[in-house]
Design a protein around this ligand. Structure first.
Ligand code: PLP
Length: 401
């Protein structure tokens, strides 16, 4: 007998499970297209030059390892808010934005949902795109929020099902929380156009929605952090009180450092102070105080003009390499004589592509070619490089012939 004998084995996380399978595969040809982490042209993880320089500065400053306040490193929070909302909006309204440092994008969504559960009227529902990053569902469930879905992807066009989206959100209860991916939608790689965002902005105003923007990939869509924040800025410019979750995992490559920011647009400074006080009360029993190192790195990069320029160029470099690999994969498949149209791969954006291959194809790609991807057919383009793109294209061609 053991106290824990009744504990059942839990299922592996759908994304992390595939990554573990990849690690255990001894093949020398194996390719990991499962995890959303940037890789260079040799398939290696990248520490950005801007991050290395910021870490050098931290070292030279001989700083201590004392706790951060519950709400986090204030200069990092301010810089993060400025990056998300834009300089002009920040200059005018920064004083009424409540910000809190969180454990990366996951922590932003979790703390935001906890806050929604506590302070929105009982029974308020959260609408998520179908499909979405699967962890969104876990987080909402853990926070005790009821989840509903809105249509997002149309498998026929391999693009956004915008009429379905509008139809579903038009039927949503007034005051619902609507989760949007601010840019680089995961897993579909399909974003909304400016005209579509504008239409959603009108609908949000009409129905008093609380738009919750999860911005985990700012810069990864266009290579330009300002362009990628377009939706956030469209809504805030019109005075919509949004919630914004920001992660520096991808755009600064600070994955394991858990660097992020959660912010709320408030009506004024006194409302902002109250919201921050409550965010602190929620964060204290969750993690007590957020991680220090990544926040220092991001703070230095965002607040040192020369390092900021370097970082922006590195974001562009990452986005450009991904775009190049998209085109390369789609073209190679075409040149191999594939009977299918793969142009959606080069049209989609961000880190991921929804290839359209089915679960049986995925099984074959893993078993025969040691190419690891999600059963949904989602691949991380960052895992492609000039050394493996031909091999991957040949494998995709073979299993879909
Ligand atoms: N939100 C979305 C849409 C994501 O794709 C991810 C990561 O894959 C996250 C949030 C959270 O990332 P992290 O907690 O590593 O910042």
């Amino acid at each position: 007998f053991s106290v824990w004998s009744q504990v059942p084995m839990g299922p592996a996380d759908p994304i992390l499970g595939v990554a573990a399978q990849f690690k255990a595969d001894p093949s020398t040809q194996k390719v990991n297209l499962s995890i959303g982490a940037y890789r260079d042209n040799e398939g290696k993880p990248v520490v950005l030059e801007s991050v290395k320089r910021a870490e050098q500065i931290i070292k030279e400053r001989k700083l201590d390892n004392e706790y951060l306040p519950v709400e986090g490193l204030q200069s990092f929070i301010d810089a993060s808010i400025k990056l998300g909302y834009g300089d002009a909006y920040y200059a005018q309204n920064g004083k009424s934005i409540a910000g809190c440092q969180v454990l990366s994008g996951t922590g932003a969504v979790r703390l935001g949902f906890e806050f929604a559960k506590k302070f929105l009227p009982q029974g308020t529902k959260v609408y998520m795109p179908n499909p979405t990053w699967p962890n969104h569902h876990n987080i909402a469930r853990m926070a005790g929020l009821e989840i509903l879905e809105y249509r997002y992807f149309d498998p026929k066009t391999r693009g956004v099902d915008f009429s379905g989206l509008v139809e579903d959100l038009s039927k949503a209860q007034n005051g619902s929380v609507i989760l949007f991916h601010a840019c680089a939608h995961n897993p579909t790689g399909c974003d909304l156009t400016t005209a579509q965002w504008t239409q959603l902005l009108d609908l949000s105003k009409q129905k008093n929605f609380l738009p919750f923007f999860d911005m985990a990939y700012q810069g990864f869509t266009s290579g330009d952090v300002n362009k990628d924040a377009e939706a956030v800025r469209l809504f805030t410019k019109q005075g919509v009180p949004i919630v914004l979750g920001q992660s520096f995992a991808k755009n600064m490559g600070l994955y394991g450092q858990r660097t992020g920011c959660l912010s709320f647009v408030c009506a004024n400074q006194s409302e902002k102070d109250k919201v921050v006080s409550q965010l602190k009360l929620l964060a204290r029993p969750l993690w007590s105080s957020p991680p220090l190192h990544g926040a220092r790195v991001a703070d230095i990069i965002l607040n040192t003009p020369e390092l900021n320029q370097l970082w922006l160029s590195e974001v562009k470099m990452m986005a450009d390499r991904i775009q190049y690999m998209r085109v390369s994969l789609a073209n190679t498949l075409k040149n191999l004589g594939s009977p299918h149209d793969w142009s959606h791969i080069s049209k989609q954006i961000g880190m991921f592509a929804f290839t359209g291959v089915g679960p049986d194809h995925v099984k074959e790609l893993i078993a025969k070619y040691h190419i690891y991807l999600l059963s949904s057919g989602r691949i991380s383009i960052a895992g492609l490089n000039e050394g493996n793109v031909k091999y991957v294209a040949e494998a995709f061609h073979d299993v879909t012939k």
